[in-house]
Ligand binder design. Structure first.
Ligand code: HEM
Length: 97
């Protein structure tokens, strides 16, 4: 019997390495900038993730990161809005506020 292709869906957030990481850099960058489309093993391609740097301010990104880290990453050290601000400022080529 012919095997059907797997559905294109994002990986689970629970246990995701960016959420478990003590360093929130990658998580903040994913929320601000999104993630590019990329190949998966086999013939599948993962769609891209849009960035939310234009819609969310520093405090909102920090609050979202804190909730995601606590809920899915088992991390309770808070991400501060200052950290989000610093990362935004460090990427002047992007269109972040
Ligand atoms: C504010 C809303 C969102 C948050 C907080 C969020 C958060 C995340 C996080 C933490 C990851 C894992 C990043 C990593 O592995 O380093 C992720 C991956 C992903 N997200 Fe989102 N996401 C959001 C909205 C969306 C939306 C609207 C879409 C699709 C339209 C989307 C599509 C994806 C995809 C396809 C991946 C996997 C990309 C990859 O593995 O490279 N996300 N997201």
């Amino acid at each position: 019997m012919r095997r059907l292709p797997r559905p294109r869906r994002p990986p689970a957030l629970r246990g995701n390495s960016s959420l478990r990481d003590a360093n929130p850099h990658n998580l903040i960058a994913a929320i601000l900038d999104g993630l590019p489309e990329h190949d998966l093993p086999g013939s599948e391609r993962m769609q891209d993730m849009p960035g939310f740097g234009q819609q969310l301010d520093d405090a909102q990104v920090a609050e979202l990161a804190n909730w995601l880290r606590a809920r899915y990453g088992g991390r309770d050290e808070p991400v501060l809005a200052d950290r989000v601000h610093a990362l935004r400022s460090a990427t002047p080529e992007s269109e972040h506020r």
